[in-house]
Design a protein around this ligand. Structure first.
Ligand SMILES: [Zn+2]
Length: 100
C-alpha cells in the first residue's frame, strides 16, 4: 500500500488523503484589475506535468490539514511533503513559477 508522509501526522495510507490539485497557485491581488484571460487562467488553467510536480494534498481522513507534496506523476512516487507556506524543497522553480 502506498504511504504518504503527512507533515503533521507522519506516514499514513493513501486512502486517507485527497489530491487538491496544483500547488503554489497565487490568486491575483486585485481580480478586477487583471484581464479576463488572466483571471480565466487562474481559475481553470493548470499544469499537467509529466514527471515531478508540486501538488496540494489534504489529509482528509486524518488531521484534515492541507500540505504540499512533490510527486512524480510517471511513477506515483512522493519525493517530499512539506507544510503550506514552506518553500518547495527542491529549490528549483516549477515551469512558469518564479524562482525564490
Ligand atoms: Zn495529517
Amino acid at each position: 500500500m502506498l504511504l504518504i508522509n503527512c507533515p503533521y501526522c507522519g506516514e499514513r495510507p493513501e486512502p486517507e488523503f485527497v489530491n487538491g490539485g496544483q500547488a503554489h497557485l497565487v490568486r491575483p491581488r486585485r481580480p478586477a484589475d487583471v484581464s479576463t484571460q488572466e483571471w480565466t487562467d487562474y481559475l481553470y488553467r493548470r499544469d499537467n506535468t509529466r514527471g515531478v510536480q508540486a501538488e496540494r494534498w489534504r489529509h482528509a481522513r486524518g488531521c484534515g490539514r492541507f500540505f504540499n507534496a512533490l510527486r512524480d506523476t510517471t511513477t506515483d512516487q512522493f519525493l517530499a511533503t512539506y507544510k503550506v507556506g514552506e518553500p518547495r524543497p527542491d529549490a528549483g522553480a516549477a515551469p512558469g513559477e518564479p524562482r525564490r
